[in-house]
Design a protein around this ligand. Structure first.
Ligand SMILES: Nc1ncnc2c1ncn2[C@@H]1O[C@H](COP(=O)(O)OP(=O)(O)OP(=O)(O)O)[C@@H](O)[C@H]1O
Ligand SMILES: [Mg+2]
Length: 386
């Protein structure tokens, strides 16, 4: 006699009664430690599960008492997520994968929503499963920037190359003429000006060429304190420091990082040069550095970069500050507010930080001035960045 296959839906499920070998606490620990966020609610709208990473990504404080509370109360500070969870039982087709930018934290999450069914197929709850995509977004943004810079760089390099030789010609021939007209003070003044201007144009051309050339990192273990000290000396020799005081608050015991010393020195030289130029002879520049431990998935307590331990360095000044309307343009190549500036200082900074797989932010300092914050991974990949 042929055995009729069972038509019960649940026949394909692993039998839960045999889970005696796996203690129930295991499931709890597993969910709590998942590297994706999980929020599950019961059919009557109470929080059934909420794991650590969910709290972290949503920017909420974990509280044991949340389990069993109405989800509307627990998630009230993240209304965008609240709305998704609230709709779980209503929508006929749950999204397979959707993305959302959280208003509260600015983080981008990719999520799926699924119903929890019991063995008889009845809906007993719903689960929101999500992942923090902020890091992925940052990488995509960097990729776009790289493409833009590559196109811009090619054009700038071609122009700079064409202009370089005529400029050198102007400088040499003006020098010759200057020597032939020793008795004409007017001609001497004009020719001196021509030479000065040609030199300045040449400096800009050199800077452009340096900027568009791919960065080849010579990575070694370096001390952040040494890099900062060298940068201070370099910036002081470049620009008018006046009575500006430079304070360095970097722990001597700060762990070394892997990076290119010359390139990293350039970052802080450019920051300091800008600060000196902005402050016009008086004020204070403060440099701090601190180690931040992290883990790869930007988990709780983790560094935002998602690349393990990092060093966060801030350079702040109490100068006039960057006007808010130009704040998002200061890192663009050729953006300058200075008559003699080339606008490449911060663009070079950003390129070097990117090459080290780091991150950079700028903000207004409370009480006036500017704060630049550079986050560098302790371990840097050896790479070429175009
Ligand atoms: N510490 C600061 N305080 C106020 N404004 C700043 C500061 N740093 C940068 N800026 C603004 O950002 C602009 C861009 O800076 P960036 O270093 O890229 O170019 P630059 O200093 O103008 O020229 P370059 O560095 O090539 O000589 C500056 O022109 C200035 O307006
Ligand atoms: Mg500058």
């Amino acid at each position: 006699m042929a055995v009729k296959p069972s038509r019960r839906v649940s026949s394909a499920r692993p039998d839960r009664s045999s889970s005696g070998i796996v203690p129930v606490a295991f499931y709890k620990d597993m969910v709590w430690n998942l590297r994706n966020g999980v929020v599950a609610i019961t059919r009557d709208g109470r929080i059934a599960v909420m794991n650590e990473i969910a709290y972290h990504v949503l920017g909420l404080k974990p509280r044991a008492s949340d389990i069993g509370r109405p989800f509307g109360e627990v998630l009230k500070d993240v209304p965008d997520v609240l709305r998704i969870v609230a709709g779980a039982f209503e929508v006929s087709h749950l999204p397979n994968r959707a993305e959302l930018r959280l208003k509260k934290t600015g983080k981008v999450i990719g999520y799926t929503l699924s119903l929890v069914k019991d063995a008889r197929g009845r809906t007993v709850g719903a689960t929101l499963f999500f992942k923090d995509l902020t890091r992925v977004e940052q990488l995509e943004e960097r990729e776009r920037l790289r493409d833009r810079l590559a196109a811009l760089g090619e054009m700038a390099a071609a122009i700079a190359h064409e202009v370089k030789n005529p400029l050198a010609g102007i400088e040499v021939m003006s020098g010759l003429l200057k020597r032939q007209l020793p008795d004409s003070p007017d001609a001497q003044t004009i020719l001196a000006d021509i030479i000065k201007e040609a030199k300045m144009a040449n400096r800009i051309v050199q800077e452009v060429l340096a900027f568009v050339r791919p960065i080849r990192l010579e990575v070694e273990d370096i001390s952040v304190v040494d890099v900062i000290r060298d940068a201070i000396a370099m910036a002081e020799s470049h620009s008018l420091k006046g009575n500006v005081e430079v304070r360095v608050d970097v722990p001597e015991a700060l762990r070394p990082i892997q990076g290119d010393p010359a390139q990293l020195r350039q970052i802080f030289t450019n920051f300091l040069t800008n600060a000196f130029e902005a402050m016009n002879g008086t004020g204070v520049v403060e440099i701090t550095a601190a180690a931040v431990e992290g883990d790869e998935e930007s988990g709780p307590g983790g560094a935002e970069l998602g690349t393990g331990p990092t060093i966060v360095i801030t350079v702040s000044d109490n100068g006039p500050g960057v006007p808010p309307e130009v704040m998002d343009r200061i890192f663009s190549p050729f953006f300058t507010t200075k008559p003699q500036g080339s606008g490449l200082g911060l663009a070079i900074v950003r390129k070097i930080v990117d090459a080290h797989d780091g991150r950079i932010d700028v903000s207004q300092r409370a009480g006036g001035g500017t704060v630049f914050r550079v986050t560098l991974p302790v371990r840097s990949p050896q790479q070429v960045f175009g």
